[in-house]
Structures are given as structure tokens and as C-alpha cells.
Design a protein around this ligand. Structure first.
Ligand code: ADP
Ligand code: ASP
Ligand code: MG
Length: 408
């Protein structure tokens, strides 16, 4: 007998029929003799709806109260699903984050799991109960409810799988697995049988929302046996693992788009040592994460630095830089939140020259201008205008994954 953690996302529990469908999948697994821990997300668009409700009341609500509100969505799901499973005649118990011992730090809205006190879950499993846990939430040292950030139920599931030493962690969603690009948007995207943790981490961090990036990070660290599959189709999904069979063959495993980007350019900085240090240490002190950085070659003792931040940080970054204009000594500041980042990811690209050229050629052929470029061993990202982003993803995907899914 093995222990399996199964996580179901919002669309998998969106209405009564789907909750019953989840109950069926869970109880079938249980009937095969496994212990089952189930992590659920809020139904459908519940979390978005709750955010909208909060904005109606107070657009500047504190993060603590936001977490108090948002955590209710997951609680509804676990209660309803427990009722469905009860109705089928199985022993089941639903647990909120705190009942499940999910201890986090105090970063409301983006809390990190510190540890899980698994005793309660273990006791329930020992009684042969199916255990349902509310995803996306935990409790901090002040006994306040925290949430893990949007999409965080994946991380709840992987964390539970790691702490309970589960044999398998299955992430059930509304697509059949991890694709070479978002299958809802990109024609010709196809399902990957398997993908490495590193590639999946890059894809998730670069905008492929199919897995929360922190869940992949955790799965890699604790070597969790992870699988992404559909709660509707019943076909085999994608295995996410340390090493995959196909690694040597393909150079690129996926294309991703991230719209949560804004570009800031500082024009006319002095071309002297210490300027970059001053700019980025200021932003770091303001807790603003910077992603792609581009510095122009100095001319006439003057240079420009542009960089990207998350859209939500743009205004704060701009205000901080303006406030320090005299110390930094720039002429003007330009901001643009109508940009998007398009990336290709692949563990194989490190040993294959020409991947960047192929990507740039695809963008050129589609008449798309590149604003910025950044590369690492396993990814190449470009910043483009947001209105070009979908076309850019399609063009790049077409170039690497032609007809039979092996174009690279
Ligand atoms: P859930 O509610 O189950 O957590 P999400 O909406 O968070 O589901 O993630 C699933 C969605 O991720 C899919 O519907 C798909 O549109 C999107 N997606 C983006 N990139 C990819 C990709 N490379 N492979 C599969 N799905 C992707
Ligand atoms: N319900 C939360 C969200 O919509 C968490 C999740 O679905 O993983 O972001
Ligand atoms: Mg999700």
C-alpha cells in the first residue's frame, strides 16, 4: 500500500458534478488500497471573486484580512468534497491549513511553508480515512491565517507529499499535462511525456501557470515523484523528474509567456563606477525584484540602464527612483507596462549553438521587435510589446516544434 497526494485545481471542483468527479477519482484510488491525501483549490473563479468583493469594500485592505477572506474559498471546496465522499459511503475528514499543521512565515499573501506538523493527518490516515486538506493556506506564529500566493495549492500538495514521504504527488488540472506551450493559446502545442525539474521550474517561473513555481522547487529539493494530469480525460499525464530519457535529444522543451512584466529605463546616467550598484541596491532595499537588466555602452560620459520588474512593483520602483533622482543623477525615467516576456526553455540548449539565432529568426520573420534579451544555460527570454506577445509565442513555437513535434 502506498501513500498518494492528489491535488485538484479550481476548474476541477468548479461545480457539483465536478466535485463528484473528484470524489470518484479519490475513492477509486482509495479502493485500490492506497492512503489518500487530497488538496483542493477554491471552486472556479472563487478567489478572483473574493478579491473583487474585497476591493468593493476597501481597495487598500490589509494583507492579513485579505488572507482571512481568500482562505475561505478552499474551505468551501474541502467541505463539499468531503460531503460527496461521505455520500459514497467512505470515511473522510476535511482539514483547514491549520488543522493540517501547515506552519508558514508571516508574509501574508505570499507566505512560505516552514514546516508541517503532520500528526493530525497521520492519525486520520491511520484510521483509514481519506484526508482532504485546504490548499493555498497555512497559519503563522501568531495563529493568523496566511495564504501562499496565487496558484499556491500546488505548493501545499507538494509540501505535504514531501513531509508525508508520499510515493506519488498527482496534480490534477484542466489540461492533460505539461505542454510545449499553453495548449489553450498555441496551435500545435503537444503534451510532454516527461520534463526535468529544472526545465519545469523555468517554465513555471517564466509564465506557464500549470504548476506553481515554488511547488517545482520543492519537488526538486525533496525529490517528490510528481505528475501533472487531467481530472477530466483519464489519459496519462506528464511526469516531472530529475532526469528524463529524452534529455539528450531535444534542445528546447517549451515556450512560455509572462505578462506580469514592466520595463523601467533610466536615461542619461553618469558613465562612472558605482552607478549600477546605487540603482539596484536602492531597489533591493525597497524589496523590489529586478529581472532582465540592460546597460548601454557609455557615450559622451553618459549611459542608460533599463530593467524589468513585476507590474505590481512598477509604480513603487518609479517613485523610489524619482525620490533619489539627485543622488543617482539621471536625466529622465521611462516606464512601460505594455510589455511581455517570451521565453524558450530547454536543458539541451547548453550544448547546442544556434538556439538563440533560431528564436530571433522566428521573431524577425513574424516582424516582431525585441526590446531586451536575457539568457541562461537553459533558457532564452526576450521582452516584446505586449500586443505582439501571443504572435511571438506562436512563431517561436512553430519554429522549434514543427509538424511532428520534433522540430528542434
Ligand atoms: P488549476 O486551476 O488546475 O491549478 P491553472 O489554471 O493554474 O489550473 O493551470 C492550468 C492552465 O495552465 C491550463 O489551463 C493552461 O491554459 C495553462 N498553461 C500555461 N502554460 C501551459 C503549459 N506549458 N502546459 C500546460 N498548461 C499550460
Ligand atoms: N485558489 C488560489 C488561487 O486561485 C490557489 C490555487 O488555486 O492554487 O490562486
Ligand atoms: Mg494552478
Amino acid at each position: 500500500m502506498s501513500l498518494i497526494v492528489q491535488k485538484f485545481g479550481g476548474s476541477s471542483v468548479a461545480n457539483a458534478d465536478r466535485v463528484r468527479n473528484v470524489a470518484r477519482i479519490v475513492t477509486e484510488t482509495y479502493r485500490r488500497g492506497h492512503s489518500v491525501v487530497v488538496v483542493l483549490s477554491a471552486q472556479g473563479d472563487t478567489t478572483d471573486d473574493l478579491i473583487a468583493k474585497a476591493r468593493e469594500i476597501n481597495p487598500k485592505a490589509s494583507k492579513r484580512e485579505m488572507d482571512m477572506l481568500l482562505s475561505t474559498g478552499e474551505q468551501i471546496s474541502i467541505a463539499l468534497c468531503a460531503m460527496a465522499i461521505e455520500g459514497m459511503g467512505y470515511q473522510v475528514v476535511s482539514l483547514t491549513g491549520w488543522q493540517a499543521g501547515m506552519l508558514t512565515n508571516s508574509a501574508y499573501g505570499g507566505a512560505r511553508i516552514k514546516r508541517i506538523r503532520t500528526e493530525r493527518i497521520q492519525r486520520e490516515l491511520d484510521k483509514r480515512k481519506i484526508v482532504l486538506v485546504a490548499g493555498f493556506q497555512g497559519i503563522n506564529k501568531y495563529d493568523d491565517i496566511t495564504t501562499l500566493g496565487r496558484g499556491g495549492s500546488d505548493t501545499s500538495a507538494v509540501a505535504l507529499a514531501a513531509c508525508l514521504h508520499a510515493d506519488l504527488c498527482q496534480i490534477y488540472t484542466d489540461v492533460d499535462g505539461v505542454y510545449t506551450a499553453d495548449p489553450r493559446k498555441v496551435k500545435g502545442a503537444y503534451k510532454l511525456e516527461e520534463i526535468t525539474f529544472d526545465e519545469m521550474l523555468e517554465l513555471a517561473s517564466l509564465g506557464a501557470q500549470v504548476l506553481h513555481n515554488r511547488s517545482v522547487e520543492m519537488a526538486k529539493r525533496y525529490n517528490v515523484n510528481l505528475e501533472v494530469l487531467s481530472s477530466f480525460s483519464g489519459v496519462p499525464g506528464t511526469k516531472v523528474k530529475e532526469v528524463v530519457k529524452t534529455m539528450e535529444k531535444s534542445h528546447v522543451s517549451g515556450v512560455a509567456k509572462d505578462k506580469d512584466v514592466a520595463r523601467i529605463a533610466l536615461i542619461g546616467l553618469a558613465d562612472e563606477p558605482g552607478i549600477a550598484f546605487k540603482v539596484f541596491s536602492l531597489l533591493a532595499r525597497g524589496r523590489i525584484n529586478v529581472d532582465i537588466i540592460l546597460q548601454s555602452i557609455g557615450r559622451s560620459e553618459s549611459k542608460d540602464i533599463s530593467f524589468t520588474v513585476a507590474r505590481g512593483d512598477m509604480e513603487q520602483a518609479q517613485a523610489l527612483l524619482e525620490k533619489n533622482r539627485d543622488t543617482l543623477g539621471f536625466n529622465s525615467i521611462e516606464v512601460n507596462d505594455q510589455v511581455a516576456k517570451v521565453s524558450v526553455v530547454g536543458a539541451g540548449m547548453v550544448n547546442n549553438s544556434g538556439v538563440a539565432a533560431k528564436m530571433f529568426e522566428a521573431l524577425f520573420s513574424a516582424g516582431i521587435n525585441i526590446n531586451m534579451i536575457s539568457t541562461s544555460e537553459i533558457k532564452i527570454s526576450v521582452l516584446v510589446d505586449e500586443r505582439d506577445a501571443d504572435r511571438a509565442v506562436q512563431a517561436v513555437h512553430d519554429r522549434f516544434f514543427s509538424e511532428f513535434g520534433s522540430g528542434n
